[in-house]
Design a protein around this ligand. Structure first.
Ligand code: ATP
Length: 233
């Protein structure tokens, strides 16, 4: 088991108002699995991604990632684990504007003791002809693929993706999904992706549906669609 989430509760307090963002969540993710988490706005998807990736703490419960109980880790220990072992992609690309494509990806590789070859990663994300460009010279889809390459270069055991195609149109969004699918298949990188886009669920091994802080359904796809075949919602 690569991720084991056991009885996790997460509350947010703003003044006198307390929100239960996660209510007794249990979920297991296997190595190499492509997991898609769906659910309406406010259902707890981002919170689940944040606590599973060690970006936020829990109020109750246990999370084990790659054999390490992250819910027991303290500040710098957790930061080190996250930096070396986990990759993140967000709707915003967060690239370094003064670095080339190659240099941005190198930043990711340098975080790891067992990085992948930067040139090979750039080939995987289909950007090998843009090594020396700067981010402002690229389209949104190309910038997101640089962000994916940067996250992958450190050879993470899990790639957490928070609405990776949220800012993209269908055509460029599907190119980004194609890259994620390829990385999942070529490197057996586990993918944990949250989205509003229901069609993306058809690419997943496992689909998790959330509602009001709870998991209401976990299903497995017997037939997975290719990225180019998903319907775009
Ligand atoms: N930092 C925070 N402080 C206070 N409340 C928060 C915080 N983050 C999330 N919440 C609340 O927790 C609940 C779950 O939010 P979360 O962002 O996880 O949902 P989501 O399913 O990812 O929504 P969206 O699809 O809109 O991003 C919501 O009620 C939200 O208002």
């Amino acid at each position: 088991m690569l991720i084991s989430i056991q009885n996790v509760c997460k509350n947010y307090r703003a003044g006198d108002i307390e929100t239960a963002a996660l209510k007794d969540i249990n979920l297991e993710v296997n190595k190499g699995e492509f997991v898609v988490v769906l659910g309406p706005s406010g259902s707890g998807k981002s919170t689940l991604l944040h606590v599973s990736g060690g970006l936020d703490d829990v109020n109750d419960g246990t999370i084990i990632v790659n054999g390490e109980e992250i819910t027991k880790m303290k500040g710098s220990q957790l930061t080190n684990f996250r930096r070396k072992e986990l990759g993140f992609i967000f709707q915003q690309y967060n690239l370094m504007p003064n670095m080339t494509v190659f240099e941005n990806v190198e930043v990711g590789a340098r975080l790891s003791h067992h990085p992948l070859d930067v040139e090979k990663v750039l080939q995987e994300v289909m950007l090998d002809d843009l090594f020396s460009q700067f981010p402002y010279q690229l389209s949104g889809g190309q910038q997101q693929r640089v962000a994916i390459a940067r996250a992958i270069a450190k050879n993470p055991s899990i790639l957490f993706c928070d609405e990776p195609t949220g800012a993209l149109d269908e055509e460029t969004g599907k190119t980004v999904l194609e890259v994620l699918q390829r990385i999942n298949e070529e490197f057996q990188t586990t993918i944990f992706l949250i989205t509003h886009n229901l069609g993306i669920a058809d690419m997943a091994d496992k689909v998790v549906r959330m509602k009001s802080g709870e998991i209401v359904e976990v299903r497995h796809n017997t037939h997975k669609k290719r990225a180019s075949e998903v319907s775009w919602a």
